[in-house]
Design a protein around this ligand. Structure first.
Ligand SMILES: [Zn+2]
Length: 139
């Protein structure tokens, strides 16, 4: 098997694995512990936000730093081979993310991205979520 098709395959695998990832589970349990109720993978909305909090009109995306290119993040490193292939994938991802956020905002949603690296420390994650929710609730 050549290299490109191998990487294509891992790309497809990464798409398939994109549900119920560790970072998503971390965000869900943090929200649970804050007493917040939410829905998952709202397929009726653009980009199928990972977590939707209807009551606050908030759509959350839990993004992998590598695939979605978290700015200035060490996990969003640049691959050393097949650079054209990867930069094509990356720019497609980031463009699509932008389009999705814009259409959700037009529909009146507040859109937030929780980056994978922000989910590694439960205390920091709770702080990040509190910053999102505290202006809107009694947390
Ligand atoms: Zn990151």
């Amino acid at each position: 098997m050549d290299r490109i098709s191998h990487e294509h395959r891992s790309w497809n695998m990464s798409k398939i694995r994109s549900r119920d990832t560790t970072p998503e589970i971390a965000v869900r349990s943090a929200l649970h512990s804050m007493g917040l109720r939410f829905r998952l993978h709202n397929i009726g909305l653009p980009g199928k936000p990972d977590i939707v909090l209807q009551r606050f009109h908030i759509a959350l995306f839990v993004h992998g730093c590598y695939w979605h290119r978290h700015p200035n993040c060490k996990y969003a490193y640049h691959p050393k081979s097949n650079i054209d292939f990867w930069s094509g994938k990356f720019s497609k991802n980031t463009k699509n993310d932008k389009v999705v956020r814009r259409s959700l905002r037009k529909m009146g949603w507040h859109v937030y991205v929780i980056w994978e690296c922000q989910t590694k420390d439960p205390d920091k994650l709770r702080l990040r979520l509190k910053r999102i929710f505290s202006p809107r609730s009694q947390l």
